[in-house]
Structures are given as structure tokens and as C-alpha cells.
Design a binder for this molecule. Structure first.
Ligand code: C2E
Ligand code: CA
Ligand code: CA
Length: 891
């Protein structure tokens, strides 16, 4: 309305002005020019106003081009400017303003175009309306209008001045016209501005509404999260997006919202919905709920809701984000977390922070194990909480492994909260984030102090002799290498001293094992007294001791020290009522004189000790090369003997035992024979002691027994009273279950037990538990002979307790018959003893008729020796049974 009014005012003013101008055209050329300028200014004003109107009409319509500024209008404007610049060329100020105006008029159409394009884009590309370009164009138009008004005012002032005198009336008219024009222009500008704003707001709101609608549709339909809208009164689903259809696996529109959840959850849902509605809130979070697929599969959704008006209905807009995987992960995490808490091992999770590891989690077992609370540990330094020194090499090596991404483990001495020390066994593993560097470490550990204590105990037991508390053979082995290496590093000598107690067996046998133990302890104590703390004394085995001496100078000094040790033992002491004087055979090997190898040195000291023993008790021998060769020979023989046993090269010969009255062969002694392919015949007095040392006597004994039993079974068919005796070594008593082995052999070979006799030495009788074994053997029905009687240490009380069937008089006494009164006395005494105790006496090694006569005259029951027959093979031996050698009885 105001725009129309303004246009009218301007039109009237223009009309008045033009008519006035024409009616007075002769008046003044200058005046005409001024009026022309004014007219052109008004033309410019008109052209701009028209352009703006066209722009507003065209804006918002599709295909908008240059509606506001067509070529025709642009040409008119250009021509008007040309005229005005020409007319105002003499007026500097006005001319400048015209140039300024021309520039603005050139920019303005471009700004209008830009604004039109933006609006068009906003419409088609869903971008927001940008009124900035419109405002810019509006500001430029404003500037044009203001400038035009200023120039017009100047021109009007000019005209007024020119006509003031003569044409007062006209001037007033013109002034009123000018005022009217100015008012009109201002009104027009205001109107334009208002109209433009209104038009823009309308366009913008239309665009926004359409856009919002379009965007919502797109957002709703394409959104990956399930969304639906349902009627809060009827529970009918009004619309649902594609993601919802997929999530629930069915057509949702018009279905009931209830069917989206398990039947058991429907009541809860309705109650909650009522609560949400009643709260008056426009929306909120519904939390995690159980929903179900059309096929019945239950899954978890995280719900948000928003109440709205949908097509005139009270509706609720719902998003249902499927969080089943997340819920499952949460469940698994909860389970893992509970498992960690339930673990009996302490668990620490730490994160890497600026080169240090900081505890982020500890379980309950950690608190129990270390005494440190969960709160104290969380955020604290990893190793400090575990109780280990991070600077220690072991801990540093664990850190290095972890940093390199490797799992590792170790045994550590650790400290509890209260400072007490304990052992932990620790396993640590790196945990990787997305990159290839570990972000966390998991450390699992447990208190293993008890186990370590037990292992220490076992180690001590394994390396220490329980009786003397000296290191044992293993203890020596563990330390000898280091001691030899130390001597090598220092360039000094070292001696291995091997001591074997000479009379220990006698002490043990006569005084008993408790006394024997006492002697061993005393020997250990005395030997320990003679060495320095850097040296070593070891109970090597039974009655064998080894000392390692060093730092005493050359070999001679070492030998002197070993001699001192031997002498220290020779001082008598009381064991119970008895006085015991320990004696030892001593062998010495010196590093580096004899060898640089610890094992070899030990072997040499042992060989030297054997050599010493062979020269008599209480002697000392320094190792030399001959001993080595002897000991090598022994070793070779032992090897050959083992081979002979395994290839069944041990045979048996039989020496007859003759009744001294009838002269008939009443039995045999079975004796082992070994003929080595290389060494030839080897005497039993050589290989039997060796076999006893190496333990292979057990196999030899069993083989001899087996062969003898088979042979006896054959002979017994013809000579049922025949008794064949088999030698049994004390080692067999110690190392095998003799009664069982013999019973089995008897069974296997079919021999009658009463045809079998076992020869045992007096030493066996003394050994612990031997009486029980002998009784068991007796129960098998076989007989027992005491071999080499008189050469050992058996006491008569033992003989009395164990009633043997035969006493075999040692051949050393038989040898003395005719040349030693003492031996003859002993022979008579033994025969008398046998008679008194009801045992048959057998004299061994009868070589001469004189010996035989003495024995027969003194009532000896049986005889055996080369005078009758040497040990011979079974075939030959059989001939003796037929009494072919009875003639030997006659002189
Ligand atoms: P031994 O048990 O005292 O056996 C008697 C030894 O005296 C045999 O020696 C025998 O050949 C020898 N001998 C017999 N009559 C005479 C004689 O008139 N003069 C002389 N100087 N010697 C005679 P051999 O066979 O050399 O056996 C030596 C020792 O080896 C045996 O002594 C026995 O202790 C042991 N031995 C032999 N065979 C076995 C066996 O199978 N088992 C065990 N444990 N020891 C055996
Ligand atoms: Ca014998
Ligand atoms: Ca004998």
C-alpha cells in the first residue's frame, strides 16, 4: 500500500516537474540541463525499482535467470548514466557520485543473480537458504537509492537557486516536488525492504518446510537404525523404516507394537509406556529391552522414544538400536571379570605409561597374596605392587621381553606389603591394542614359597649325606668342577684325596651298624677338622670319603696334608665298650700334574687308593701312570666281563666233595669259569671280586645257579642223595631277593631242594637281616654251608644261632697241616666244634696225602681238593660219582 502511495507521489511530482520545465523551457538552458539531470536521475531510480520488483517476483521460481536485469533495462541504465555523466561533467562532486553510482549499478545485478542462484540451489539440493547474498544486494540497492537521492537533492538545490528570484512559485512547487519525491523514495525504499523481507521469509519458510519434510523422509527411510511410529492408544504401528522391517523380519505397518517383544515382556512394556506418557516428557531413553524377530529369536535393543502428533494421532516415535552383540560382549566381559576375580592366582593388568607400567586392575587373589589392597594397587607402579625390584636383572629381562611383545615367565623373590619375603612364580603376557605395540600387560603370579622350600629341602637331601651331614657324591659332583676351575684361574694346585676305611666292615660286622654309624660320624668330624673352609670333605659312599685340598702349594705339600688326614684318623676312641682305631687307605691325584679333568682326577685318586689298599691297611699312594694302566686294565676287564655275561660265556665246573671215610664222591662244589676270547682263562679270584664291585656278580650268581641246578637235576636221577653246592656272594644277599630267585630257579629247573646247598661266607652271617633271609632259604628245603670258615670274623654266638649244615674249613689252615702247630690246633678245634654243634666239617684245598691223613685221623667228615680232583666239566665230574677216584683215599 505504502509502495503504491510512494509511486503515486513520485509520479505526480515528476509530472509536475516536467510540465513546469516545458512551460518555462526558454528560461534558462542551465535550468533545462539541471532538469534533464533530475529527470535522468528519476529514470535511473525507476529502472532500479522495476528491476528489484521483477527480481522479487521471479525469485523462488524454477529456472530463474536474469529477470531483474534484462538487456533492455541494462542498456537503458547505461545510456542514462552516459547522459548524466555528460551533463554533470562540470560538477566535480556530482560527477564522482555518478561514477560511484555506475559502479554500484554494475555490481547490483550480479548480486541479485547470486542471490537467485543460492535460493534455487537451496531448493534443489536441500541446503539451507542463505539470505546473506540477498542482504548484500539489498544493501547495494540502498546505497544506490541514497546516492540518487543526494544527487537529486543537489540538482534540486541548483534549480532552486537558479529560479529563486523570478519563479518563486515554481521553485516552491519544485521544492515540494523534491520533498515529495524524497518522501516517495524513502517510502519506496522502506516498502521495498519490507516487501523483500516478507517475500524472503515466505520463500525461506516454504523451502524449510518442504526441506524438513523431505529430509525427515529420507532420514527415516534410509536410517540404518530401526525406527517406527506407533499409536500410543491403539499400539498400532503407523509407519516403520526399512531397517525396522529387516530387524523384525516382517511387515510392521498396521501390526501391533506388542508383537515386537516376547509375550512375557508385554505387560512391563505397557506399564512403562503409561509412565512415560504420564510424566509429560516429550521423550527419553527406554534402556536396553528384549525384542524378538518374526522367527522367535530374541535380541536386545537400546530404545529411545519421542512423543509426537502423527497425522492427527497421538504417536510415539521409537528408535530400536540392536545391541545384542554389545550385550553378549558385556555378558562375556562380566563372566571374564568374575573368572578373574575367582582365580586363585593373583592377576595384575597394567598399562604402559611413559616408560612405566601402571596397575589398572588387580583381582582379589592379588590382595590376599601381597597384602596390598585393590585401591592401593590401582594406579601404582606395576613392579612395586608385585613386590619386585624393577632394577634387578631378572625383572629387567621380563620387561624387555614384554616390550618386544613376547610372553615370559620367571621365579622371583618378592616382598609382601608387610615386608616379608616370599617366592612367586610369575607369567606375564603383552596385550596389544590396534597397533603392533603392546598397550597393556597381564601378569599372573602365585605364592610358591612352600614348593621352593620343599625343593630346597630335597636339594639339600640330594646333595647331603643324611648321617654325617657332609656333601655326598652328588654334592661333590656339583662343586668339583668349580673348585678345579678356581685352581685353574688362580694357577694353583689341587688334590683329590680318596680315603677308604680299611677296618670298617669288621667294625660294622662285630660292633653292629649303630657303632658303624658312630665311627663314620667321627671319621667325618676328624676329616673336616683338617681342612679349611674353602676346601671340601665329602662322604663319597659307604666307608669312602673324598677330600678336595687346595691352596697348599705343590704336590708334596698336598701329599703331606693327606698324610696328616690319615694320621688324624688313627687315634683310638670308644664306641660303647669297644676301643676303635679307624684306619684308611688313601689315594691322591693332583691337578694339574695328573689331569686337568675333574672326573679323571677322581678316577685316578680312586685307583691310587686301590693300589694303597693292596699294599696293606693304613697306607697312602700318590697316583702314577702305572696305576692308571692297572686301573685301565681293570676297567677293560669289567667291560669284557659285562659282555661275557650278556653273551652267556660264563660256564660252570664241578669239584668233587668226598666222604673221608668211604672215599665216595657225595657231592660237588659248582665254580664259575670265564674264558675271555682275548685274555684267555681268567681266574675267579680276579673276576669275582671285580664282579662284586661292579654288581655284575648278581647276574653271574644267577647263571651259575641255573646251570648247576639243571645239572644236579640230571645227576640226582641216578644219585638221589647227591648235594651240589653253589657259592653265593654277600652282594647277592644285599642286592637281590635271594629266596625268591632261588625258589623260582628250583621250580624252573626241576631240581630237588635237598640236592642243593648254598655256600655263604661268615660275613654274610653278620649282615643285617641275613638271618631272616637264611631262614627263608632253609624253608625252601636246601642246606647251607659256611665257606672259608676260620678266615673271617664270625663269632661263635652267630654260628650257634644259625645252625648251618656244613662248615667248610678254610684252605689256609689245611695248608698249615704238617708245618704249623697253630693251624693244626685250629683244624682240630673246628672239627671238634662241628661235631659239638652237629655240623659236618669239610676240609678244602686238600693237596697231599699227609693233609688227608691228619684230617681223617681227626675225624673230619668230608674233604675236597686237588688230591682228589680239580674242578672239571660236568662230563668229567660225572665219572667221579661212579667212585673212580676212591683209590685216592688209600695211601
Ligand atoms: P672258594 O669258594 O673257596 O672255592 C674253592 C676254590 O679253591 C676254587 O677256586 C677251587 O678251584 C680252589 N681249590 C680247590 N681245591 C684246591 C686245592 O687243592 N688247592 C688250591 N690251591 N685250590 C683249590 P676257584 O675256582 O679259583 O675259585 C676261587 C673263588 O672264587 C672261590 O673260592 C669262590 O670264593 C669264588 N667263586 C668261584 N666261583 C664262584 C661263584 O660261582 N660264585 C661266587 N660267589 N664265588 C665264586
Ligand atoms: Ca666255596
Ligand atoms: Ca672256600
Amino acid at each position: 500500500m505504502s509502495a503504491i502511495l510512494a509511486v503515486l507521489v513520485i509520479c505526480v511530482a515528476i509530472y509536475a516537474s516536467i510540465s513546469a520545465t516545458f512551460s518555462h523551457e526558454a528560461e534558462d538552458r542551465q535550468l533545462r540541463s539541471a532538469l534533464l539531470v533530475t529527470s535522468d536521475l528519476e529514470e535511473l531510480l525507476r529502472l532500479h525499482v522495476a528491476a528489484n520488483t521483477d527480481f522479487l517476483n521471479g525469485v523462488g521460481k524454477a529456472g530463474y535467470g536474469s529477470w531483474g536485469w534484462p538487456v533492455r533495462r541494462a542498456t537503458a541504465v547505461a545510456k542514462t548514466y552516459d547522459r548524466l555523466l555528460d551533463e554533470l561533467a562540470n560538477f566535480r562532486d556530482a560527477s564522482e557520485k555518478m561514477h560511484q553510482l555506475r559502479r554500484l549499478s554494475a555490481i547490483w545485478p550480479e548480486q541479485l543473480d547470486a542471490a537467485a542462484r543460492n535460493l534455487a540451489l537451496a531448493d534443489t539440493n536441500a541446503r539451507s537458504v542463505q539470505p546473506a547474498s540477498l542482504q548484500q544486494a539489498n544493501r547495494t540497492l540502498g546505497s544506490i537509492m541514497v546516492l540518487l537521492a543526494q544527487v537529486s537533492a543537489d540538482q534540486r538545490e541548483r534549480i532552486a537557486r537558479m529560479q529563486f528570484a523570478s519563479q518563486d512559485q515554481l521553485v516552491r512547487q519544485r521544492i515540494s516536488l523534491a520533498v515529495a519525491s524524497a518522501v516517495g523514495v524513502l517510502l519506496l525504499l522502506f516498502a521495498l525492504s519490507m516487501r523483500q523481507r516478507a517475500a524472503l521469509a515466505k520463500v525461506a519458510s516454504t523451502i524449510a518446510a518442504t526441506e524438513a519434510q523431505r529430509r525427515f523422509q529420507e532420514y527415516f527411510e534410509r536410517h540404518p537404525v530401526a525406527m517406527l511410529i506407533f499409536d500410543v492408544n491403539s499400539f498400532e504401528i503407523l509407519t516403520a523404516n526399512a531397517a525396522a522391517q529387516r530387524q523384525y523380519g516382517c511387515e510392521l505397518r498396521a501390526a501391533s507394537i506388542d508383537q515386537l517383544r516376547p509375550a512375557a515382556d508385554v505387560d512391563d512394556f505397557r506399564r512403562d509406556l503409561q509412565r512415560y506418557v504420564a510424566s509429560g516428557d516429550s521423550g527419553g531413553l527406554g534402556g536396553v529391552r528384549r525384542h524378538k524377530h518374526a522367527d522367535g529369536t530374541v535380541f536386545y535393543v537400546d530404545i529411545t522414544y519421542h512423543f509426537l502428533d502423527f497425522a492427527g494421532r497421538d504417536a510415539c516415535f521409537v528408535t530400536a538400536h540392536n545391541v545384542t552383540a554389545h550385550e553378549a560382549a558385556k555378558k562375556a566381559l562380566r563372566l571374564r571379570s568374575r573368572a578373574l576375580e575367582a582365580s586363585r592366582n593373583a592377576v595384575v593388568i597394567s598399562s604402559r605409561e611413559e616408560g612405566d607400567s601402571v596397575v589398572t586392575y588387580v583381582n582379589a587373589a592379588f590382595a590376599r597374596t601381597t597384602g596390598r589392597s585393590v585401591d592401593e594397587a590401582t594406579g601404582a607402579s606395576h613392579w612395586e605392587m608385585i613386590g619386585c625390584d624393577p632394577a634387578s636383572p631378572d625383572v629387567r629381562s621380563i620387561d624387555e621381553s614384554l616390550n618386544a611383545g613376547r610372553a615370559c615367565s620367571g621365579l622371583f623373590r618378592s616382598h609382601r606389603c608387610d615386608g616379608s619375603e616370599y617366592w612367586i612364580e610369575l607369567n606375564a603376557s603383552p596385550v596389544f591394542g590396534d597397533g603392533d605395540q603392546p598397550t597393556h600387560f597381564v601378569t599372573v603370579f602365585s605364592d610358591v614359597s612352600e614348593r621352593i622350600r620343599y625343593q630346597d629341602q630335597l636339594r639339600i637331601q640330594a646333595y647331603e649325606d643324611a648321617l654325617t651331614h657332609l656333601p655326598n657324591r652328588l654334592g661333590l659332583k656339583a662343586r668339583l668342577g668349580d673348585l678345579v676351575k678356581h685352581a685353574a684361574d688362580q694357577g694353583t694346585t689341587l688334590a683329590l684325596v680318596f680315603l677308604d676305611i680299611d677296618n670298617f666292615k669288621e667294625i660294622n660286622d662285630t660292633l653292629g651298624h649303630t657303632a658303624g654309624d658312630e665311627v663314620l660320624c667321627e671319621v667325618a668330624r676328624r676329616l673336616s677338622m683338617t681342612v679349611s673352609s674353602a676346601e671340601l670333605v665329602v662322604r663319597y659312599a659307604g666307608d669312602e670319603f673324598v677330600a678336595v685340598l687346595h691352596g697348599r702349594g705343590d704336590a708334596d705339600s698336598l701329599v703331606a696334608a693327606a698324610d696328616e688326614m690319615k694320621n688324624a684318623l688313627n687315634v683310638g676312641f670308644c664306641v660303647g665298650d669297644a676301643l676303635v682305631v679307624p684306619q684308611a687307605s688313601v689315594g691322591i691325584a693332583v691337578y694339574p700334574d695328573h689331569s686337568t679333568d675333574p672326573e679323571t682326577l677322581l678316577g685316578y685318586a680312586d685307583a691310587a687308593m686301590y693300589q694303597a689298599k693292596s699294599t696293606g691297611p693304613n697306607s697312602l699312594q700318590l697316583f702314577n701312570p702305572e696305576i692308571a694302566s692297572r686301573s685301565t686294565k681293570r676297567a677293560l676287564m669289567a667291560q669284557a666281563l659285562r659282555r661275557a655275561i650278556s653273551s652267556d660265556e660264563i660256564s660252570v665246573v664241578y669239584q668233587p666233595r668226598v666222604n673221608s671215610i668211604t672215599g665216595r664222591t657225595i657231592g660237588f662244589e659248582a665254580l664259575a669259569r670265564w674264558c675271555d676270547p682275548e685274555q684267555g682263562f681268567v681266574s675267579p679270584s680276579l673276576f669275582i671280586p671285580l664282579a662284586e664291585e661292579t654288581g655284575s656278580i648278581v647276574s653271574i650268581g644267577e647263571r651259575v645257579l641255573e646251570q648247576a641246578c639243571r645239572q644236579t637235576a640230571i645227576w640226582a636221577q641216578e644219585y638221589p642223595d647227591l648235594v651240589v653246592s653253589v657259592n653265593v656272594s654277600p652282594v647277592q644277599f644285599e642286592r637281590s631277593d635271594l629266596p625268591f630267585v632261588i625258589a623260582e630257579t628250583i621250580k624252573r629247573t626241576g631240581v630237588c631242594a635237598h640236592n642243593l646247598e648254598l655256600e655263604i661266607t661268615e660275613g654274610v652271617l653278620m649282615a643285617p637281616r641275613s638271618l631272616a633271609t637264611l631262614r627263608a632259604l632253609r624253608e625252601l628245603g636246601l642246606s647251607i654251608a659256611i665257606d672259608d670258615f676260620g678266615s673271617g670274623y664270625s663269632s661263635l654266638s652267630y654260628i650257634r644261632t644259625f645252625m648251618a649244615d656244613r662248615l667248610k674249613l678254610d684252605m689256609s689252615f689245611v695248608r698249615g697241616i704238617g708245618c704249623s702247630r697253630a693251624d693244626e690246633v685250629i683244624v682240630r678245634a673246628v672239627i671238634a666244634l662241628g661235631k659239638t654243634l652237629g655240623m659236618r666239617v669239610v676240609a678244602e684245598g686238600v693237596e697231599t696225602p699227609e693233609q688227608l691223613e691228619f684230617l681223617v685221623d681227626n675225624g673230619c667228615d668230608e674233604v675236597q681238593g686237588f688230591w682228589f680232583a680239580p674242578p672239571s666239566e660236568a662230563v668229567t665230574a660225572r665219572s667221579y660219582l661212579r667212585g673212580e677216584h676212591a683209590a685216592c683215599m688209600k695211601r
